[in-house]
Design a protein around this ligand. Structure first.
Ligand SMILES: NC(=O)c1ccc[n+]([C@@H]2O[C@H](COP(=O)([O-])OP(=O)(O)OC[C@H]3O[C@@H](n4cnc5c(N)ncnc54)[C@H](OP(=O)(O)O)[C@@H]3O)[C@@H](O)[C@H]2O)c1
Length: 250
């Protein structure tokens, strides 16, 4: 497909997502999607794959927000200890257990783990909402990161986690800052997100708000290439600042 045609298609896809998810991501007053995410009373089950700095911290904050969270990694003992410190709403399991458990699955692993995880979890994450914090960092992840950066992190994750309804989020804000931001009473920091799926945007937006950020949908998953450290969207910005940056991106 020619680049201009691809851009138009991306734009059309994006407008459809905004129309469906607009009320949940602050972009328009379009009708709300009919989904569990639209019911703030319904507590969610969240599977965390990768319970390190980002996964462990976000999972803990979502437990505090009232959700049930299952933590997983390749170290079950670590995850059991993490869950034990968070109370009855937290538990531990394998990555397959967590992927099966979650209404939504948070994937927060080094990018080099995604190809194998995508295969191991394929039957479980197909059709599920997956929030993808994972960044391709060449110095850490090697060739897969080079490939992902060329393709764009959003489209690369979609290829590695086929069938999942991916939302890229939490990609360039420091894990250590999350607890402080979650408690902040001041103006909300914006969380730029990218996705092709309106329901996934609605569910992720709810979870993002519950940890103190204001979600800002910057576009379809193809725009996920801008959601990595070192881009103009990285770091902590107000929602308005994010919206001003987006039109300058290509
Ligand atoms: N730290 C940040 O501030 C930050 C901010 C934004 C985005 N990110 C991105 O988010 C991702 C996670 O970052 P992090 O800082 O949380 O890393 P981390 O602290 O090293 O945690 C990574 C987690 O993934 C697990 N893991 C690794 N390989 C795995 C596999 N094959 N299967 C299952 N679990 C696996 C690790 O546990 P085991 O090794 O024991 O399995 C660990 O629990 C990275 O891609 C990073 O670039 C990080």
């Amino acid at each position: 497909m020619k680049t201009e045609d691809a851009k138009k298609l991306n734009r059309r896809t994006f407008l459809k997502i905004v129309a469906a998810a607009g009320a949940s991501c602050g972009l328009s007053s379009a009708p709300f999607v009919s989904h569990a995410a639209s019911d703030p009373e319904r507590k969610l089950k969240i599977g965390v794959v990768g319970s390190g700095r980002i996964g462990g911290t976000l999972g803990g904050l979502w437990v505090k927000a009232g959700h049930e969270v299952m933590f997983s990694s390749r170290d079950l003992e670590h995850d059991k200890a993490l869950a034990a410190g968070l109370g009855a709403a937290a538990r531990a399991g394998t990555p397959r257990d967590a992927a099966a458990f979650g209404d939504v699955v948070l994937v927060a692993v080094p990018y080099s783990a995604l190809p194998q995880l995508g295969k191991d979890l394929a039957d479980l994450i197909k059709g599920k909402v997956v929030i993808d914090t994972s960044n391709p960092i060449v110095a850490r992840d090697g060739d897969i990161a080079t490939w992902a950066r060329q393709k764009g992190a959003g489209l690369a994750s979609a290829e590695l986690l086929p069938g999942a309804h991916i939302v890229r989020a939490f990609n360039a804000v420091g894990a250590a800052r999350l607890p402080t931001i979650a408690q902040s009473q001041g103006e909300r920091i914006g969380m730029p997100i990218a996705s092709d799926d309106a329901n996934a945007v609605a569910m992720a937006s709810r979870l993002i708000r519950e940890v103190g950020f204001e979600p800002v949908l910057i576009g379809p998953l193809a725009m996920g290439k801008h959601l990595i450290p070192g881009t103009p969207l990285a770091g902590e910005r107000t929602p308005e600042q994010i919206r001003k940056v987006v039109p300058t991106l290509s």
